[in-house]
Write a protein that binds this ligand. Structure first.
Ligand code: PCA
Length: 200
């Protein structure tokens, strides 16, 4: 059986709930096709989250990594195409606010996702769940952990697949903040479908 590391994030900025933490906790230990899922919830901290991702990859030695994050305001599930070597954005959960710093000084400018993102959106849409590819994961912690996962596989010559999927707000979050939202059930269903595509 192969191992999938599935990560979510703690709440951040103006969002008191992060639906990705609940998604990954629900799927922890679940087996989907060839993959057994190990879940972790990451902090939202420019000086910490990437290190956590690498520590979890060293600990679990996953064959694939799917990192999840909330994109409050998006309407559909969006597998990300690319991670860029840049930290920028509003204050993280420890109050740090980088202004256009490189994540790894000597790292490449960008990494493309190695997840089957076309198959993922196709399968989600066939199941009646709106999905489309996103061409920017931003410059905040979601981009940061996606970059870290791809960089770790690359510099260690490992052939695991890695990438990131942004999800819309859950209804629970939308009760607190006015945002387009999905049921938690459909969010989990979409991520289960994405995982079934890993063999493609
Ligand atoms: N979303 C943020 C960071 C944590 C999260 O869930 C982002 O899109 O960068």
């Amino acid at each position: 059986m192969k191992k999938l590391l599935l990560t979510g994030f703690e709440p951040f900025l103006e969002f008191p709930i992060n639906p990705t933490a609940d998604i990954v906790n629900e799927l922890n230990g679940v087996k989907i096709n060839d993959y057994e899922i190990t879940s972790e919830v990451l902090t939202v901290d420019f000086n910490q989250s990437g290190t956590e991702m690498i520590e979890k990859m060293k600990q679990h030695r996953p064959d694939a990594v799917i990192a999840l994050g909330l994109a409050g305001g998006r309407h559909c599930i969006t597998p990300e195409r690319v991670a860029i070597n840049c930290n920028d954005g509003p204050k993280d959960n420890r109050g740090y606010e980088p202004k256009g710093e490189r994540i790894f000084t000597e790292g490449p400018d960008a990494y493309f996702s190695t997840l089957p993102i076309y198959a993922m959106i196709q399968s989600m849409k066939e199941a009646g769940l709106p999905a489309k590819i996103s061409n920017t994961a931003g410059t905040y912690l979601c981009n940061n952990v996606m970059y870290h996962a791809l960089h770790y596989y690359r510099v260690n010559n490992l052939d695991g697949k890695a990438g990131f999927i942004h999800v819309p707000a859950s209804h629970a979050l939308a009760l607190e903040k006015s945002l387009p939202s999905w049921s938690q059930e459909d969010l989990v269903k979409a991520i289960r479908i994405a995982i079934t595509c890993l063999n493609e």
